[in-house]
Design a protein around this ligand. Structure first.
Ligand code: TMP
Length: 194
């Protein structure tokens, strides 16, 4: 089973993912961008305010393809439960927003290039936080963290939730960190119980 954690920057997603290592130690934890050289290329592009958004898309997508073949598919074949901090929905939401005005129907385009090769998540925990709160928490250290941009990303996430409401479990990420963690652990337990 593949479970993903998604949400805008500053939603507390990574903190929860780290805490799950202790509460659910038997699962396989991974993340995008990865720590491979593809992931390093992605981070270089993230730090470059002038990076072309199309180039960004294909770097993130290359990192995803490598992540799938090197980590996710082998783990699933071994029967492991994989928990990924960000996955394909991050591309649909973020690059869907950064390509607005560059190409037509950007989110559909990004979903379309993944469709032939990706392995969709079985369940996704969605960390719901106001974009202003997310931007403040994230401290806006890279180009994708400004509140206006995060609002567009959040709108895309909401569209994705609307497409597949049964896949998503929404967590109110504006609660205290302890309450968020408890909600995430509950959501994961319910997902694992089927
Ligand atoms: P992180 O903060 O979760 O490590 O992600 C780094 C940044 O990259 C974050 O602002 C979200 C963004 N991102 C994308 O724009 N597209 C993607 O496909 C992924 C995985 C992350």
């Amino acid at each position: 089973m593949l479970v993903t954690l998604e949400g805008i920057d500053g939603s507390g997603k990574t903190t929860a993912w780290e805490a799950l290592h202790d509460s659910h130690p038997d699962l396989t934890y991974t993340a995008e961008p990865t720590d491979s050289w593809y992931g390093e290329a992605v981070r270089r592009s993230l730090a470059d305010d002038d990076a072309d958004p199309m180039a960004d898309l294909f770097l993130f997508t290359a990192d995803h393809a490598d992540h799938l073949s090197r980590v996710v598919r082998p783990a699933l074949e071994r029967g492991e439960v994989v928990v990924s901090d960000r996955y394909s929905d991050s591309r649909y939401a973020y690059q869907g927003a950064s390509l607005a005005g560059v190409i037509k129907r950007p989110m559909e385009y990004v979903r379309g290039i993944h469709q032939p090769f990706t392995r969709p998540p079985d369940a996704t925990i969605y960390f719901d936080v106001d974009p202003q709160v997310g931007a403040e928490r994230a401290g806006a250290t890279d180009k994708f963290e400004a509140a206006g941009y995060l609002a567009a990303v959040q709108e895309n996430y909401e569209t994705l939730v609307g497409y597949e409401p049964e896949r998503f479990v929404r967590v109110d990420a504006e609660q205290s960190p302890e309450a968020v963690l408890e909600a995430v652990e509950d959501a994961l337990d319910r997902i694992l119980d089927g």
